[in-house]
Ligand binder design. Structure first.
Ligand SMILES: Cc1cc2nc3c(=O)[nH]c(=O)nc-3n(C[C@H](O)[C@H](O)[C@H](O)COP(=O)(O)OP(=O)(O)OC[C@H]3O[C@@H](n4cnc5c(N)ncnc54)[C@H](O)[C@@H]3O)c2cc1C
Length: 425
């Protein structure tokens, strides 16, 4: 039987947060209790501010406890492409911040004693076409030149040392990328935030934010709240409470399959170095061994009629997994789940401010590192701390033309990009 909640929840189920009265007034109100909202709240509380975080669902019920746990600080636009489109200075600033943010997550986890199985195992990116291999090699060279990352190039003839699959055309290794158990990271971060005095109201939706004098008035499902500052951390779960943001983000479902336990010998062949994996398709797939090394977790974008934590069509993803790893054809699945990632027109994470409201958002499927980083940056800005500055601050954050937040076109777009990937176009 397949379970339709995240595999991670077996070890770290969504934490229960004690229900407390909603205070009518606070220094800061935060929408969304994922990594971004909690990090923002933690920074503010540590600096003496009273903070209430509102989440319309359960704690961690958004993407933050259901992701793949690949801690990269990745950007969707490659470094080489960014150099040619945005110039070397900006490309270096963006990529440099990603590396800094990932190292900062590792520091935070260690300082707070959060046992989330964070390991610097590296990531192998597999070329789905021969010409992609050349592109990956150039990217590794550029990253090495500017950041000394020691990224390595692995030709097809040697790739069995990295992955037990015949279908790829070589790839590259980024040794600095980490894997972790996302629900344990979530639980640890929540515990630290609560301990430092942050109040988290789960199952409490915010339906509107209105400017009122020097602060804001929020309508919540448990009454009105006045706050001096507001931070919006709703990412792929953004709704009509923040229409400005809704017009800028497209929620795209991402799904993960967990296999039943496989033998040590098979795991040794499929993932000899227990790395994280990705491929070079537009609708790319990401996969990894579970932290205990017993299962393969295989993820990719999906589309269609999906219910929250209910059975979801997953044959397409399983077929792709078996094409990569034919050895898994006879292995059953134990878990299938999905959640929303938030894409935007510029394919960059966003630290935005509009009418005095801060937004930490748009992580394009790579928020394990970025969400914590930008949640904290938003808080530092409110505190007037110069450490809140970021290469991603004050950049353009374009609305999507003719879009009001209804992502009706996502299934068509996913099908179109899959078609392009299939024929190498
Ligand atoms: C299946 C999947 C796999 C992924 N894999 C990876 C990976 O391997 N590596 C990686 O880096 N990233 C990955 N991601 C992305 C990453 O998980 C997210 O970018 C990150 O968790 C976003 O955190 P967040 O705090 O911004 O948002 P979330 O954790 O999504 O939290 C947003 C919260 O806002 C709440 N909310 C929304 N509107 C309101 C409202 N009006 N009132 C109150 N609350 C509201 C929602 O209930 C939700 O809990 C993955 C995502 C998914 C879904």
């Amino acid at each position: 039987m397949i379970t339709h909640t995240p595999y991670w929840w077996e070890e770290a189920p969504p934490p229960e947060v004690p229900r407390t009265p909603v205070a009518g007034r606070c220094d800061a109100a935060i929408l969304g209790a994922g990594y971004a909202g909690l990090s923002a709240g933690l920074e503010l509380a540590r600096n003496g501010r009273s903070v209430q975080i509102f989440d319309k669902g359960a704690a961690g019920g958004g993407a933050s406890s259901r992701n793949g746990g690949i801690a990269s600080g990745n950007l969707r636009i490659s470094f080489s492409r960014m150099i040619s489109t945005l110039g070397l200075e900006r490309a270096r600033a963006y990529y440099g911040e990603g590396i800094e943010a990932r190292d900062d997550l590792a520091r935070f986890v260690s300082e707070e004693n959060i046992d989330c199985r964070l390991q610097r195992v590296g990531r192998f990116t597999a070329a789905t076409r021969p010409e992609h291999y050349e592109r990956l090699a150039r990217e590794a060279e550029a990253l090495n030149e500017h950041f000394g990352l020691e990224a390595g190039v692995v030709p097809k003839s040697e790739q069995s040392a990295e992955i037990g699959s015949e279908i790829f055309h070589g790839g590259t290794v980024r040794p600095d990328i980490c894997g972790l158990q996302p629900a344990l990271l979530y639980r640890g971060l929540l515990e630290v935030a609560l301990r430092e005095g942050v109040t988290v109201h789960t199952h409490t939706a915010v339906s509107a934010i209105r400017r009122e004098g020097t602060g804001y008035e929020l309508a919540t499902s448990r009454g009105a709240v006045s706050a001096r500052n507001v931070i919006v951390c709703t990412n792929g779960y953004t709704d009509g409470a923040v229409p400005w943001l809704q017009r800028r983000l497209v929620p795209v479902p991402s799904m993960i399959l967990a296999t039943q336990p496989i033998s040590k010998t098979l795991m040794e062949r499929l993932c000899p170095k227990r790395r994280m994996f990705g491929d070079t398709n537009r609708i790319h797939h990401y996969f990894r061994p579970s932290p205990d090394g017993q299962r393969i977790l295989f993820g990719g974008r999906t589309a269609g009629n999906l219910q929250a934590d209910g059975p979801a069509p997953h044959d397409h993803l399983r077929r792709r997994m078996i094409r990569i790893f034919p050895d898994l054809a006879e292995v059953g699945l134990s878990h299938v789940w999905w959640g929303y990632v938030a894409m935007n027109l510029d394919h960059l994470p966003q630290l935005a401010v509009r009418d005095g409201v801060y937004y930490a958002t748009g992580f394009c499927g790579s928020g394990v590192v970025w969400a914590r980083w930008f949640g904290r940056k938003a808080a530092l800005n409110i505190l007037g701390d110069r450490a809140g500055s970021s290469a991603f601050g004050n950049q353009r954050f374009r609305a999507i033309p003719f879009y009001n937040g209804n992502p009706w076109f996502v299934p068509g777009a996913v099908a179109w990009f899959r078609f392009l990937d299939r024929f190498g176009l």
